[in-house]
Design a protein. Structure first.
Length: 441
C-alpha cells in the first residue's frame, strides 16, 4: 500500500484527533480560484458556509486541472493534511476515486434527489462506479465569443451565425486596425479554441464520436485537415504577444478595447461582472458560429475525502449546501456559469447567464451537452494531454497541418488507459511552483 493510502487510513483511524481538523464545525477547502472574478466566487462559498455555522479554512494553488495543482494537493494529503473537500474537474475526479480516497455521498444524494436535477453528462463525472463522490457546483461552457461591444458596433458587425460570417467579422476588424482575437499562451487555451472549431466544422455527432467515444472511424483525415486549416486561419488574426500572455490578460484586452473578441469559457462573464461590466451595454456574448445548440461544458466540482467521524457532519453540511438551488444561484451569478442543476431560477442572472442556463437545459435534453476537451471533461488526463500536445504545436507553427492530422489520429487511436495518471503524478518528487494561470479547468 502506498504511503499516501497509509496516511489516509491512519487519519481515518483518528491519529490526528488532537489537531485543528478535529473541530466538529471546521471545513478545510482546497481550490484554484485566484483571479479577481474567481476570488469573488470563492468568497460566496466562504460566506455561505460561515452563515451555516461552519468554521472556514482554505488552501489555494493556482493552475486548475494541471499537474502543479494536483502535486500541491497530493503533497498535502501525503503529509496527513487531508482537506474536507478539494476543487476538481472532469476525469481527474475519477483518478482520485480510483485510489479509494473519496467518500460515498449516495445517502445525501438520494435524500436531496441529485439524480433528478443534475445534468446527465455532469453526473457521469460526479459519480465513480455509480457512487456520488463529488458535488458539482456549476456548468461552464466553452463555445462562446466574448466581444467588446463598442468595437463591434463601430465595425457595424452582426452576430456571426456561420464560419463565413465569423471570417467576415474578423477581416473587418483587421482592416480597421483592431486586433481581431485575444488569446493566451497555454495549450489548454489553444485546445479550447480547437474544440469549438471542431464542433463548428464537423458537428455535434462527430465531436462525440471522435473526442468523447474516441472512435477511430470518426477521425476522417479530410475532416481533421479542414479543422486544422481553420485553426491556421484563426491564427492569422492573433498578435505575436500571445506567447507571453495569460488567459485573463487576454480577457482584459477585450474589456479595455485592445482586442475585438476572445473565444473562451463563461468564466469571462464572471470576470466582466467583477469589473462592473454589463452584457449588451459593454460586451456581447455569442455562441461560436455553427455550435448553436451544443453546450461544451466544464463543471467545477468538489471531491469529498474520506474523513474521521468527527469531521463527517461538517463535510455533509458543506456538500449539501453546495448543492442547494439558492446557493448555486448566488455562486454562479458571480462565476458566470450556469448552475449544475436544471431547476435553478434564472431571475438573478444577467443576460449571458440566462442564455447559458437556457442553452444547458436544451442541450441536456438533446444530449448535446458534452465535455470540453480543453477542460478535462471529455477525456482521461493522458488523452487530454496528448490532444493538447498536437493542437498547441500546430497552433504555434511547430508542426504543419498534415503532420497534425497524423499525430492527432495516432494519439486518439492509442487510447491511453485510465488508472495510472494520478499515480504517475504521485511518483513525482517535485512540482512546479503554483502560478496564476488557467481558470476553472
Amino acid at each position: 500500500m502506498s504511503r499516501l493510502l497509509s496516511v489516509v487510513w491512519c487519519v481515518s483511524a483518528g491519529l490526528l484527533a488532537g489537531s485543528v481538523f478535529a473541530q466538529n464545525k471546521e471545513v478545510d477547502v482546497f481550490h484554484w480560484w485566484v483571479s479577481g472574478g474567481e476570488r469573488a466566487s470563492m468568497d460566496v462559498i466562504k460566506h455561505t458556509m460561515q452563515e451555516r455555522g461552519l468554521v472556514w479554512q482554505e488552501g489555494v494553488a493556482a493552475g486548475s486541472g494541471t499537474a502543479r495543482y494536483t502535486n500541491v494537493l497530493r503533497e498535502r494529503v501525503a503529509a496527513g493534511r487531508i482537506p474536507t473537500a478539494a476543487q476538481m474537474i472532469g476525469h481527474d475526479i475519477h483518478a482520485w476515486a480510483r485510489l479509494g480516497l473519496l467518500t460515498n455521498m449516495n445517502e445525501l444524494a438520494r435524500k436531496e434527489e441529485w439524480d433528478e436535477v443534475v445534468p446527465i453528462a455532469i453526473q457521469a463525472l460526479s459519480k465513480y462506479n455509480g457512487n456520488w463522490v463529488a458535488a458539482p457546483v456549476n456548468a461552464h461552457s466553452t463555445n462562446w465569443l466574448w466581444v467588446n461591444q463598442s468595437l463591434f458596433d463601430k465595425l457595424g458587425g452582426k452576430e456571426p451565425d456561420t464560419w463565413n460570417d465569423l471570417i467576415v467579422l474578423l477581416d473587418k476588424a483587421k482592416q480597421a486596425g483592431v486586433l481581431p482575437i485575444a488569446i493566451g499562451s497555454e495549450a489548454w487555451e489553444h485546445t479550447l479554441l480547437f474544440e469549438s472549431v471542431a464542433v463548428s466544422t464537423g458537428g455535434a455527432e462527430f465531436y462525440r464520436k471522435a473526442f468523447i467515444d474516441l472512435d477511430p472511424a470518426a477521425l476522417r483525415p479530410a475532416l481533421l485537415k479542414k479543422i486544422f486549416e481553420r485553426m491556421s486561419k484563426l491564427r492569422t488574426y492573433i498578435d505575436a504577444g500571445f506567447s507571453k500572455r495569460r488567459w485573463d490578460q487576454a480577457t482584459d484586452m477585450v474589456r479595455e478595447g485592445k482586442a475585438l473578441l476572445q473565444v473562451q469559457g463563461s468564466w469571462v462573464d464572471g470576470e466582466f461582472a467583477h469589473r462592473g461590466l454589463v452584457p449588451n451595454r459593454d460586451y456581447y456574448c455569442f455562441r461560436f458560429p455553427d455550435t448553436q445548440g451544443v453546450f461544451l461544458f466544464n463543471s467545477d466540482q468538489f471531491i469529498m475525502f474520506k474523513l474521521p467521524k468527527e469531521r463527517r457532519d461538517a463535510q455533509l453540511t458543506l456538500a449539501s449546501t453546495m448543492m442547494q438551488p439558492s446557493f448555486q444561484s448566488a455562486l454562479n451569478v458571480a462565476t458566470g456559469a450556469a448552475p449544475a442543476r436544471v431547476d435553478v431560477s434564472t431571475a438573478a442572472f444577467d443576460y449571458c447567464g440566462r442564455k447559458a442556463i437556457s442553452d444547458m437545459r436544451g442541450a441536456n435534453m438533446r444530449r448535446t451537452m458534452m465535455g470540453s476537451i480543453a477542460m478535462g471533461n471529455a477525456n482521461i488526463p493522458p488523452v487530454k494531454v496528448a490532444i493538447y500536445d498536437v493542437v498547441t504545436r500546430h497552433f504555434t507553427r511547430q508542426i504543419g497541418t498534415d503532420q497534425a492530422v497524423i499525430e492527432l489520429r495516432n494519439a486518439i487511436r492509442e487510447k491511453p488507459t485510465a488508472g495510472n495518471e494520478l499515480k504517475n503524478v504521485l511518483r513525482t518528487s517535485s512540482h512546479t511552483p503554483p502560478l496564476r494561470s488557467a481558470p476553472r479547468k
